[in-house]
Design a protein around this ligand. Sequence first.
Ligand SMILES: *[C@@H]1O[C@H](CO)[C@@H](O)[C@H](O)[C@H]1NC(C)=O
Ligand SMILES: *[C@@H]1O[C@H](CO)[C@@H](O)[C@H](O)[C@H]1NC(C)=O
Ligand SMILES: *[C@@H]1O[C@H](CO)[C@@H](O)[C@H](O)[C@H]1NC(C)=O
Ligand SMILES: *[C@@H]1O[C@H](CO)[C@@H](O)[C@H](O)[C@H]1NC(C)=O
Ligand SMILES: *[C@@H]1O[C@H](CO)[C@@H](O)[C@H](O)[C@H]1NC(C)=O
Ligand SMILES: *[C@@H]1O[C@H](CO)[C@@H](O)[C@H](O)[C@H]1NC(C)=O
Ligand SMILES: *[C@@H]1O[C@H](CO)[C@@H](O)[C@H](O)[C@H]1NC(C)=O
Ligand SMILES: *[C@@H]1O[C@H](CO)[C@@H](O)[C@H](O)[C@H]1NC(C)=O
Length: 595
Amino acid sequence: MKSIYLIIFILIVFTNFVHSRWIPRKENINICDKLDEYVISLYSEEQFLNYSDVKACYELTPYNKTKAIQVIEAIKENLKGFYALLDQAKEEQNPGFALRPIDLISELDLVLKNNYSYEFQFIYDVADLINELRDGHTWLNSDNYHKYNFQQGLSMYSVIRKDGTQQIKVFNDTKEPNNIDCQVIYIDDKPAIDVITEFARNHTYWSRDLSARFNSALASLAFGNGDFFIAGQLFTSRNQLPKNPSISYTLNCNGKISKITREWQVPIYDVQYKSPYINGASVGKATLIFDAFIARFYILQDFGVVLISTEDILNGDSDLEYHFLSDIAIGFKLLADRGIEKIILDLSNNGGGQIFAADYINKLLFPNIQKFPVDYKVNNISIPFIKETAKTKRGTGIFHYKSFISAKTNCPFDSVNDFVGNNIYTRGGVQVRYTSKAFRNDTTLYSGNFKFQIPPKLPWTEKDIIILTNGICLSSCAIITQRLAEINVPTIAVGGFPNTRFSFAQYAVGGASSTAEIKPIFNQLKNLDSSLVSKLSLPENLTLYFTLAEAYSIKNPNEVMDYAFRPADYQLYYDERSARDPSQLWIKAAKFFRK
Ligand SMILES: *[C@@H]1O[C@H](CO)[C@@H](O)[C@H](O)[C@H]1NC(C)=O
Ligand SMILES: *[C@@H]1O[C@H](CO)[C@@H](O)[C@H](O)[C@H]1NC(C)=O
Ligand SMILES: *[C@@H]1O[C@H](CO)[C@@H](O)[C@H](O)[C@H]1NC(C)=O
Ligand SMILES: *[C@@H]1O[C@H](CO)[C@@H](O)[C@H](O)[C@H]1NC(C)=O
Ligand SMILES: *[C@@H]1O[C@H](CO)[C@@H](O)[C@H](O)[C@H]1NC(C)=O
Ligand SMILES: *[C@@H]1O[C@H](CO)[C@@H](O)[C@H](O)[C@H]1NC(C)=O
Ligand SMILES: *[C@@H]1O[C@H](CO)[C@@H](O)[C@H](O)[C@H]1NC(C)=O
Ligand SMILES: *[C@@H]1O[C@H](CO)[C@@H](O)[C@H](O)[C@H]1NC(C)=O
């Protein structure tokens, strides 16, 4: 069974469609079919889909109010039943976050008061409203209207100059390479920084913290799928049909001012980015000593650097997953055997993955570390799932009380009622019921055949480790970094705005789920009320993702991690070189090792 704590790796936007079938041209072919044909056809001459064609395709489906009401009702029921943070989202939030209080249920109803011409406009409004939670686990995906990745062929980054001023520059331009490193002064005739900042504030949701969102709007290097790639760049790479067909950029290239206009296009083929400073095994002057695929181990000067991507590349194949985790233990042991006394953990642009992997890495480094306890919402929608699952022999993991260990007794729960508990908290001005606090029981949840070697004993303490991220360290990544920060491992966040310390990670939760994951459970639990099942069912091609279990701090036991503002201890900035050569950042980060 696919693991339940799998969190969608949202950083890589795949544009390489499968070129597998030749679809014969049909009579009366419509524009959408034509686009599909370009994408799938082996013989297609086209490099890009055009904005106007995709728009024409989307405009084939008119808005249907009856269907819209069904969509809104099903989303509301799922959120009320399962979304752990629904009520806390109504509260005034920490000023460190760029976040307004949001009563999602009432605001979803308001969407129905708008008039729309086309279905996609309605879907985008609902998706944007849910994104206003700025909760990376909670979002709406439409297979129909989030299908294409619109790009500009250009990406940007931000540097802080010696005089302290901030600039936007061209990171790469696949159409006109001469534009690389030119300053972007204006975007659509408005100051570039303001445009990117406002876009980050309104239209991105990979952090509650604006600085991290600003980073996500721009391009930066990420490690994943066994290599480096460009992540983020949400400003120039979008999965919703942009409002306008093009964007203009006013550039300053060594004093020469020019204005270019770029149409939005959907590339059919993927172009891989290659940094000039990353050469096979080495990054700048750092030498690779071990490659564990989801982690890489380098030595630079006299310290170690470990890149960690917790992504679930293996699609829940637990034996292979364990194999890679064993390799991570080997990598750390090699660093220890070489006498390395200080290590940097670089988790920049880590979009999450298996919570299990995060807990494993924490335990490897600090064998006595405790996990963040978690809980679920308890109400008349979730209770039937919890109670019916308890009756099944080998029930589905996410709702089964035997998947958890009581945080109070540190033993499995005696009964389902023991798990359900009787805990009422005030959140967003209302009384909300939650289960007993619990730890996930990894043995139950991840039952592979693979046996771990006994983990090596590693020499480092919290004084010898430093964490580096660009603020985009989500979900499982946050479980590593926020947990280690609670035992005083120092943290550095790179990028953001000048002299503005910001969150190094976000979304350390106890579990995320979706309507797609809940749906098969309807069939397994025969006694679920059929009216409940129909209330929760979304139309075909729409999936709602949500935070199912919230996690609590160990340091401040009543603080929900998702809403805890935890800025990094230190801040670094990108420059022209370090944006493309992470080893430059590692050298700067090493200056912060505790003496
Ligand atoms: C997109 O537009 C260009 C220029 O108008 C054209 O050459 C190209 O064939 C179009 N692509 C598609 C997929 O229609
Ligand atoms: C609108 O949606 C409803 C419910 O999905 C459907 O029954 C109805 O046929 C649709 N109306 C039109 C005009 O397509
Ligand atoms: C929506 O359309 C209806 C009927 O065409 C009209 O009465 C109403 O005022 C419109 N509402 C808005 C918010 O434009
Ligand atoms: C961003 O949101 C604010 C407040 O809702 C709004 O006034 C502004 O027009 C929005 N800007 C963009 C670029 O969407
Ligand atoms: C720009 O992108 C192209 C294609 O991805 C890549 O080959 C090239 O190395 C990049 N150039 C720079 C300077 O980043
Ligand atoms: C759940 O309880 C609410 C009131 O607390 C009620 O309005 C709703 O109909 C109930 N839902 C179900 C599925 O029983
Ligand atoms: C986890 O569950 C297994 C059975 O699935 C049980 O044997 C084990 O004791 C549990 N772990 C803890 C720490 O309670
Ligand atoms: C769902 O998506 C598929 C593939 O894009 C499409 O053929 C189908 O018509 C869609 N169904 C609905 C109800 O939108």
